[in-house]
Design a protein around this ligand. Structure first.
Ligand code: NAD
Ligand code: IPM
Ligand code: MN
Length: 352
């Protein structure tokens, strides 16, 4: 098999964790005799500093002409005072929109070796395994009008029927594949009209999946339920902003934000990235946890290449490295020795 990957490491710890993920990708390719080509492009602040643009046409075109994109993270102190539409984060939204990546899959799965690393009690987190379907190209992130002046600031939360239909359908289809898993749709329908609309459409789509249990939940309660009893969730479907917030909370169930991968998919393109950001507080120190990005490569094999068994090998190598005691600082329990980004990467590569 031949796979053409575009890598856009971005800023902060992005290049460090992407380097680790590419080592794992190369090891898997070697093992299976896949031919993998990786083309690297600048993105975010790293691109701005060279080209004066966070997302050049060249990078965008490359992302449109490959089998999958691997992204690190963007953003940092250096660029945070630029005008809003010029910030690295705006470029990330643009790339998602241009590639049509309307669904962001964010799994929260607890590795047994890490139950003690969570700030939550072992019996609460052990066995947690749910998937968040976050709508990614609509909602308040993209609604018009938006802006601020001296006296007010405003954004618009809006959803079109087709936007809710397609993310809901994807979530129900996934739930069906998972043996008719329960779907929880999270909204704020008690206050927001856009959420009532979301709820109505999700229920319409549900009529095509009568064998699947659908539960509605308000987002404030959901945030509490995720830490109270995460095992009640199997599939979550929610809007862009709520999904952003809930997936970071879910990260702590798994021990660290540094553990959570994601797949952003559309009908033509796909991009894989950790859910965390550029972590400027630890950037350049070889301290970042590369597992979220390495697991994002596993999601690439599952979603873009239809090779779940290859993904399984990557997850197993991660699990083995954790079981052998390798811990970056973010997942070390009190008193446990820590390793670097490159040591964690090497430990995983050695187990491929
Ligand atoms: P962040 O996710 O970068 O960091 C939050 C905390 O988690 C920090 O203490 C950080 O050190 C830690 N952390 C994150 N990833 C880690 C890893 N792999 N290993 C170990 N520790 C890790 O969020 P933030 O601090 O709110 O944002 C920093 C910058 O990143 C901002 O510019 C923000 O806009 C950007 N950001 C980008 C993305 C993205 O590119 N997808 C996502 C979130 C935030
Ligand atoms: C994420 C990030 C982004 C988001 C930002 C950096 C635009 O927080 O990928 O979760 O809010 O989607
Ligand atoms: Mn986020």
């Amino acid at each position: 098999m031949m796979y053409k990957i575009v890598s856009i490491p971005g800023d902060g710890i992005g290049p460090e964790v992407v380097a680790g993920a590419l080592e794992v990708l190369n090891a898997i390719a070697k093992k299976h005799d896949f031919e993998v080509t990786v083309e690297e492009h600048l993105f975010g602040g790293a691109s701005y500093d060279v080209h004066g643009s966070m997302l050049t046409d060249e990078t965008l075109e490359a992302c449109k002409n490959c089998d999958a994109v691997l992204l690190g993270a963007v953003g940092g102190y250096k660029w945070e005072n630029l005008p809003h539409e010029q910030k690295p984060e705006a470029a990330l939204l643009r790339i998602r929109k241009e590639l049509g990546l309307f669904a962001n899959l964010r799994p929260a799965k607890v590795y047994d070796a890490l139950v003690a690393s969570s700030t939550l009690k072992t019996e609460v987190v052990q066995g947690t395994d749910f998937m968040v379907f976050r709508e990614l190209t609509g909602g308040i992130y993209f609604g018009q009008p938006r802006g601020y002046d001296e006296t007010r600031g405003w954004n618009t939360m809006v959803y079109e029927r087709y936007e809710v239909e397609r993310i809901a359908r994807l979530a129900f289809e996934y739930a069906r594949k998972r043996g008719n898993a329960k779907v929880t749709s999270i909204d704020k329908a008690n206050v927001l009209e856009v959420s009532q609309f979301w709820r109505n459409i999700v229920h319409e789509v549900h009529q095509d999946f009568p064998e699947i249990e659908l539960v509605d939940m308000y987002v404030d309660n959901a945030a509490m339920q995720v830490v109270r009893n995460p095992k009640q969730f199997e599939v979550i479907v929610t809007s862009n902003l709520f999904g952003d917030i809930l997936s970071d909370i879910s990260g702590m169930i798994t021990g660290s934000l540094g553990m959570l991968p994601s797949a952003s998919i559309g009908s033509e393109h796909a991009l894989y990235e950790p859910i965390h950001g550029s972590a400027p507080d630890i950037a350049g120190q070889n301290k970042a946890n590369p597992i979220a990005t390495i697991a994002s490569v596993a999601m690439m094999f599952e979603n873009s290449f239809d090779r779940p068994e290859v993904a399984g090998e990557i997850y197993a190598a991660i699990e083995d490295a954790l079981a052998a005691g390798f811990r970056t600082g973010d997942i070390a329990a009190p008193g446990e020795a820590t390793c670097s980004t490159t040591e964690m990467t090497a430990a995983i590569v050695a187990r491929i």
